[in-house]
Design a protein around this ligand. Structure first.
Ligand code: ZN
Length: 184
């Protein structure tokens, strides 16, 4: 596996997750830090990859647990306007929590020469965590800027961060620290 490059992965920063069907205040707190990170990443030639829920109604099991959200092709499944993908970014639709499950994410990362993923988005203990799990299994290094992810509750958020660190070896850091590293 894997080259030396880093890429930023933005998980599920979609209308339905932030302002829509499953919208939550804590999610909105991650918007500005992610925006700052994406601007810096793009200016340093770091690839930006969105992994976005695009569920099939009546089929995807997650919908039984959470109700309909981020249905493929709907407004709710679009990235929020503040973080809209830009030219040169990559968008990977997914139908499960993990951005890797039955998607082209691993192939894309290999082709881009990426060995370290900077994981951002929601929810820390669900889609971010499951994406980290698969990333770990494929051998990627993981960095998580703590203010660029969030979850429904403080408890979910802290438990998510702890698991990312303890189980998947993620380096828990900050947007500013990551940006300082990109400038080196
Ligand atoms: Zn979902």
């Amino acid at each position: 596996m894997a080259g030396d490059k880093k890429a930023v992965i933005v998980v599920d920063m979609l209308n339905d997750f932030i302002t829509g069907a499953l919208g939550f205040d804590r999610g909105r707190e991650a918007v500005e830090p992610i925006g700052k990170l994406l601007t810096a990443a793009r200016s340093h030639g770091i690839d930006v990859i969105y992994t976005n829920d695009a569920h099939l109604p009546g089929i995807d099991k997650e919908l039984e647990l959470w109700g309909d959200h981020a249905l493929a092709g709907t407004e709710g499944a679009q990235v929020i306007p503040e973080l809209a993908p830009q030219e040169g970014d990559y968008v990977i639709p997914k139908r499960r929590y993990s951005g890797f499950f039955q998607t082209g994410l691993h192939l894309l990362l290999e082709e881009l020469g990426v060995g370290t993923i900077i994981l951002t988005g929601v929810h820390t203990h669900m889609c971010v965590r499951h994406t980290a799990s698969d990333a770990f299994n494929w051998g990627y290094r993981i960095e998580v800027p703590r203010e660029a992810t969030n979850a429904f509750t403080e408890e979910n958020y802290l438990a998510g961060l702890k698991e990312l660190k303890d189980v998947y070896g993620a380096v828990i850091t900050s947007v500013d620290e990551i940006i300082a590293g990109l400038a080196l």
